[in-house]
Design a protein around this ligand. Structure first.
Ligand code: ATP
Ligand code: MG
Length: 272
């Protein structure tokens, strides 16, 4: 008699909410993910750094189901989500914002938020039910937390990049995620607004009443932003994670200095 033993699950650190195991993905001869394994815990702020083309967005796209790895697995709280669609993954609590915000330019800020809210709920009758009191209250709360209340009725096409970024991230939070992935939240934001944008985002994420702490994974090129807001850093180079640890340790790593930051950048005293 043969006994079917279930395939043993990989080992996860006790607190990991999201675990990637040995992800691989190529585009022709370009290896965008060679063997990427990462865990992220609730409440952690993991920053992905790496030069252009290092594989950061590819990693985010694989986690969120937009791109399927050719090998490897992704687990959310121990459940294998590798084969699920982006919509199914979002419903399970993994939300994202995009390197270029995905907004309806000819709708108002409020209508973009309402649309995201109803998409995340899987509403079938969006235009009939969109403006119910509960939805409007949830949007009002998000608009206030993101400092967007004054812009609620404005068309997105009239708004500057920083406001669009905030709206895109607020839309990702309508699904009340356990994991939030932000692909370059400060790109397209003017240099003097980057810190205030990130302050707003981090405060908005932390001020979620009564909800479990969300794990935040963000991609960032600015090392000063990274040091201020990350609790941990993973450095990518050529589809691999070449360093993973506290910001100061990663910035002082010789491979990171050689392949990511250039030798000039050293850790400052500031780490969140
Ligand atoms: N859909 C695609 N088709 C072909 N090549 C792709 C595709 N997506 C990514 N690549 C390639 O894979 C590599 C990794 O790209 P990726 O977008 O993940 O880099 P990145 O680290 O996000 O870079 P950046 O900092 O410029 O956003 C690059 O060489 C890129 O050109
Ligand atoms: Mg990218």
């Amino acid at each position: 008699m043969t006994t079917n033993h279930p395939t043993p699950l990989p080992h996860f650190p006790a607190l990991a909410v999201l675990s990637a195991r040995q992800l691989q993905r190529s585009f022709g001869a370009v290896v965008a993910a060679a063997d990427v394994s990462l865990d992220i815990a609730a409440g952690e702020r993991l920053c992905l750094i790496g030069s252009n083309g290092a594989g950061k967005t590819t990693f985010v796209n694989m986690i969120t189901g937009y791109l399927k790895p050719s090998a490897g697995q992704i687990f959310l709280a121990g459940e294998d989500i590798t084969a699920l669609t982006p919509r199914e993954i979002t419903r399970l609590g993994v939300a994202r914002s995009f390197q270029i915000p995905q907004l309806c330019l000819h709708l108002s800020v409020l209508d973009n938020l309402l649309a995201a809210l109803h998409c995340n709920r899987g509403s079938r009758h969006f235009f009939r039910s969109a403006r119910d009191a509960a939805s409007l209250a949830q949007c009002a709360d998000l608009l206030a937390r993101f400092g967007l209340a004054a812009h609620a009725q404005r068309m997105v096409r009239e708004l500057p990049g920083g406001i669009r970024k905030l709206l895109d991230i607020a839309m990702a939070l309508t699904g009340q995620p356990r994991v939030l992935l932000l692909d370059e939240p400060t790109s397209g934001v003017s240099a003097d607004e980057k810190f205030s944008t990130m302050d707003t985002v981090m405060q908005a994420i932390e001020s979620r009443n009564g909800e479990a702490p969300v794990a935040v994974l963000f991609v960032e090129h600015d090392m000063d932003i990274m040091q201020r807001y990350a609790t941990r850093v993973a450095a990518f180079y050529s589809g691999r994670v070449i360093a993973d640890g506290p910001p100061r340790d990663v910035l002082n790593d010789s491979d990171v200095q050689r392949y990511v930051t250039g030798s000039a950048h050293h850790a400052s005293g500031a780490s969140a």
